[in-house]
Design a binder for this molecule. Sequence first.
Ligand code: SF4
Ligand code: SF4
Length: 469
Amino acid sequence: MSEGSGSLYSDWKKLYPRYQSGFFRNLRWSLILLWLGIYYILPFIRWERPGNLPNQAVLFDLPERKFYIFDLVVWPQEIFLLALLLIAAALGLFFITALAGRVFCGYMCFQTVWTDLFLQVERWFEGNRKRRIKLDQSPWNLDKVLRKLGKHVTWLLIGLATAGVFVFYFADAPTLLWGFLTGDAPFAAWMTLLFLTLTTYLMAGFAREQVCIYMCPYARFQGAMFDDDTIIVAYHPELGEPRQVNRRKRLTAREPVGLCIDCRECVTVCPTGIDIRNGQQYECITCGSCIDACNSVKDKLHLDNELIRYTSLREMRGEKTHWFRFRILAYGTLLLVFLGGIVGYFFQRSMVELNVVHHRQPTFISLSDGGVQNNFTIRVLNMSGSRQTYRLEVSELPGASLKVAAVDAVDQAGHPLLTLEPGEVAPYTVYLKQEARHVQPGSQEMTFRLAALDPKGGESLYHSVFMRR
Ligand code: SF4
Ligand code: SF4
């Protein structure tokens, strides 16, 4: 319970993280630029595709339920891949957490990336930590209004750009951009734009560390994946303690003195507002800012040892970190199995799909010459990136002949030839006849085979039943 307020929730204290340059800060800037670059540029990359397929490199076409990722097209019937991908992503997160704690949060999470960006804007308009605190405590005047206004307008513009680009992943980007500029964009696009602009503005501008500490479910269960060998950011009390508060007094008293000078630089830079010297805490997103801060102090004081560093609990006890351990191997193996399954599927998948429905009324027709005929509706989907011609045949049914309604093209052996454009799906009515001399009592299993003349077009089999009297 929050002290004094009587509330079950602790009071929110605004944080003013100080900017600290250093190795980990530079590493984070590099990754932020990489993630933002990918995010903002990807929808505008054009990718030539044949026929009437869209020429946007990455497009999630929800109405058609097709995902285009460069040369890869994921069709509606392959949506199970999304489930596999989500499982693989979860396993990847477990793997990286067991290995290096919340390093995903510190270096890759979009909440951290956008919060860092918003913090940088805040610094441009309001200055570093001390100036921001002073500005917030000062009375309103023109300078304060202009600085706050500039910051919030820039935040909203970044939110708008973020939301706009997100929508471009789901429609042709240049067309939709023109739609936004001329006011012709669909209502759903406007609503998504508004919603995402506001959520980006609120989450990265105001909620910030609250998302990492209270809202993100990952923060709550990540502890279950930690062990003594997980890499964490840790303060070394055996080097730092006792802190050098009243150093003169301690030296006079000949008491042992640690290297920590209690400057609190590591606390003021922390984006989640914790003091890493209090030990491992779930709020720590493993960003490394406190390491940069303490290292700059260490350099100024010409000390040799790092008081805060990436390490493991085992290493802190003076032992060696075990990298190959059961949970790492288990998560890693499962991750490889799922990723291998997804990649393997794409390598062996057929680029044509065949579906067959047997006509039930009537199930068979007795012909005047003693033969028997069954009628079917087949549905062919050309999943390749080019125009394809397919040969349709049946096997395991002696004396069979095929005819496709409204299709005259046949090969030399008399098999019907069906031609489809890339991405086209077409239904056909198929008449399958068995000669009188082969007709036997009862039904018989047989197989439709649809094979492209071009080997890259793939083939598909469909097992069905030929009905007889
Ligand atoms: S304690 Fe250090 S590593 Fe953890 S969140 Fe704070 S600054 Fe980042
Ligand atoms: S930055 Fe280093 S020296 Fe300063 S308080 Fe933190 S741990 Fe101690």
